[in-house]
Design a binder for this molecule. Structure first.
Ligand SMILES: Nc1nc2c(ncn2[C@@H]2O[C@H](COP(=O)(O)OP(=O)(O)OP(=O)(O)O)[C@@H](O)[C@H]2O)c(=O)[nH]1
Ligand SMILES: [Mg+2]
Length: 605
């Protein structure tokens, strides 16, 4: 089973309950919440970043035992490619839909992919414990979406469960929830067993297995994770590894694992239909086929997502370099990026000696890498994210995203204007009572920095989601940030006195006591031009008694930039300095004279 849904609809929470209530774990073996979101960043952000496997042994009421492989998938659109690959592993999908939010862009995407692959969904309306739910409408939305996506009659006859992953129950009844006595998650297990067909694969055919995911560990190198589609995969036996270009090498699987509970168990063989993790294969990669030596026939290739966005990574050469991090050299940066390439299949790195052009699927995709690097002690500086243009038949194309927006009617005008400025084209508009639902296609370029402005323009009321749609013709220039910045002229500790003097010039990014350096961006100017400011200035001591009371200066709270917020904020001549402790924005050229010189001969976009 693959569990798929829009972001935050409760996939991981449901897997948690399935694990907990499977009856195969000792008390205390499963710690805390969100067991599957095992890496610290996933826990902190409350999102799933990597698809993860677990396998549950389940004994049904009749005493029959099942081994159910479950893959929890990420809901954020940047990771869609991973979801698509993971679906290859599955015989069925649990389509989770928030019973309040209903069908969202990513619901549509994952369902479309599942139906394309002939997988029949089991629909779970989740969060039924919430007060504002509208299950009947949401069910209708799911049904209409299936019809629109061309589902056949069999798929349209999908089973529906009403569930609360939070409270740990699921029920088939659309009349009574929570179920009498509090209920449990077993109806979901029963539905999986009843409705997910066991794949019709041939155990006697020559071996054919395919790798869909990569894992890595320092001791054994790359680990290929995938599924056996025909025959049996045996440890220690010779196999033919066929890569994406069709080249075949004869190798042996050194160690073979099967998924078991939350971990993996070493085995001698993995049978048809089951999932495996294989150690010891050279050049193992996404999409390779592992086949019988005497019958080396590749399985259909797997599409890989092409990157749509790139950023330039460089060592941190600010005056504060090396103060907060432990890994600061270009060599360390290079090694770390190489390591990332071992498993991060949607990422590309171009090594230019003293800088690296890193490409990925979106701001979140690359932001996660940067966030992980900070935690590992890295310091680096990163330039403005840029979309990757292509040329198709002589036409310049760019990534276009599909965007949905839900706004209260009174803000509709402002929101539409904002999108219009960013070359968005309206494709659908629907009034839903007090709110309006809008659908757009918009250049990915136009989305950079949009979220913040949309929130300000709608007083935090807009609900906006977007996902990659296609490469389409270039839509023309889009204006940059409409405010200038304040640039520090001196290095030192920021004073309250100085900030107070600047309070009517704009919004500060620093607060008293912070260290800052010349050329650092310390605030946003309320006008479109950049201005130099002295934020370390102290009050001259005089013998005269001042009549104004300045001992207690009341300052506006500074705007604290998040990593992604800062990346979205910067312009071409700026960089984000990232260290384990700080996120700072700086001018590329710290000296005013250098900035002037380069401003003259910069091309601009
Ligand atoms: N009230 C309520 N909240 C729930 C329920 N299920 C999940 N949540 C909450 O919804 C949020 C998202 O849950 P997750 O399980 O992380 O969702 P997800 O689909 O795995 O999210 P991604 O992996 O980021 O796509 C969390 O704050 C959960 O506590 C539910 O049944 N009821
Ligand atoms: Mg999750």
């Amino acid at each position: 089973m693959a569990i798929v849904a829009h972001v935050d609809h409760g996939k991981t929470s449901l897997v948690d309950q399935l694990l907990r209530q499977s009856g195969h774990f000792a008390r205390g073996e499963l710690h805390g919440q969100f067991i599957m979101d095992s890496n610290p960043l996933e826990r902190e952000r409350g999102i799933t970043i990597l698809a993860k496997n677990c396998a549950i042994s389940y004994t049904d009421v009749a005493g029959k035992r099942y081994h159910i492989n479950i893959v929890d998938t990420p809901g954020h659109a940047d990771f869609s490619g991973e979801v698509q690959r993971v679906l290859k592993l599955a015989d069925g999908v649990l389509l989770v839909v928030d019973a309040f939010e209903g069908v969202m862009p990513q619901t549509r995407y994952v369902l479309a992919r599942a139906l394309e692959m002939g997988l029949k969904p089991v629909v779970v309306l989740n969060k039924m414990d919430r007060p504002e739910i509208r299950p009947d409408e949401v069910l209708l939305e799911v049904f209409e979406l299936m019809v629109e996506l061309g589902a056949d009659n069999e798929a349209l006859d999908f089973p529906v469960l009403y569930a609360s992953a939070k409270e740990g129950w699921a029920t088939l009844s659309d009349m009574q929830w929570p179920p009498p006595g509090g209920g449990n998650i077993h109806p979901l297990f029963e539905a999986i067993i009843e409705h997910v067909p066991v794949a019709d694969l041939d155990p006697d055919a020559p071996l054919q297995a395919q790798v869909t995911t990569l894992d890595y560990n320092d001791y054994v190198g790359r680990i290929g994770i995938g599924r056996v589609f025909a025959g049996t995969l045996l440890a220690g036996e010779e196999v033919a590894l066929i890569d994406r270009q069709g080249q075949t090498t004869i190798q042996k699987v050194a160690q073979l694992f099967r998924f078991d509970g939350l971990g993996r168990k070493e085995v001698r063989r993995v049978d048809t239909g089951d999932l495996f993790a294989a150690v010891g294969l050279e050049h193992v990669d996404i999409g390779v086929t592992i086949a019988a030596v005497e019958h080396p026939v590749p399985l259909p290739p797997m599409s890989l997502d092409e990157p749509t966005l790139h950023m330039v990574f460089r060592i941190n050469d600010s005056p504060f370099s090396g103060k907060e991090g432990t890994s600061v050299t270009a060599r360390q940066l290079r090694d770390r990026l190489k390591l990332e390439l071992q498993t991060n299949v949607a990422m590309r790195v171009e090594d230019k000696g003293d800088e690296f052009v890193v490409s990925g699927r979106g701001l979140l995709h690359l932001g996660i890498l940067l966030e992980n690097m900070r935690r590992e002690g890295f310091e680096l500086s990163v330039g403005k994210p840029r979309v990757i243009f292509r040329s198709e038949n002589g036409v310049r194309t760019e990534p276009i995203e599909f965007l949905t927006l839900d706004v209260p009617n009174e803000y509709m005008g402002t929101a539409m204007e904002l999108l219009g400025d960013r070359r968005a084209e309206l494709s659908r508009m629907e009034n839903r009572g007090l709110r309006t639902h809008l659908e757009y296609t918009v250049p990915a370029r136009g989305l950079i920095g949009l979220a913040g402005r949309m929130m300000t323009a709608t007083h935090g009321e807009a609900l906006m989601h977007h996902r990659y749609h296609c490469y389409g013709p270039y839509r023309g220039p889009i204006g940059g940030r409409n405010s200038g910045v304040m640039i520090a002229t001196e290095t030192g500790a920021v004073t309250a006195y100085a900030l107070d003097q600047l309070s009517d010039r704009g919004l500060m990014f620093v607060q008293p006591g912070d260290s800052c350096y010349m050329g650092q961006v310390v605030g946003e100017h309320c006008k479109p031009n950049d201005i130099p400011v002295n934020v370390v200035r102290t009050k001259k001591l005089t013998n005269m008694r001042s009549s104004t009371k300045d001992a207690t200066v009341v300052l506006k709270a500074p705007r604290r930039l998040t990593l992604e917020g800062a990346l979205e904020y910067i312009e071409d001549d700026e960089r984000v300095e990232i260290t384990p402790k700080s996120i700072r924005i700086r001018k590329q050229y710290l000296l005013d004279s250098d900035r002037r010189r380069h401003a003259k001969n910069s091309p601009g976009e």
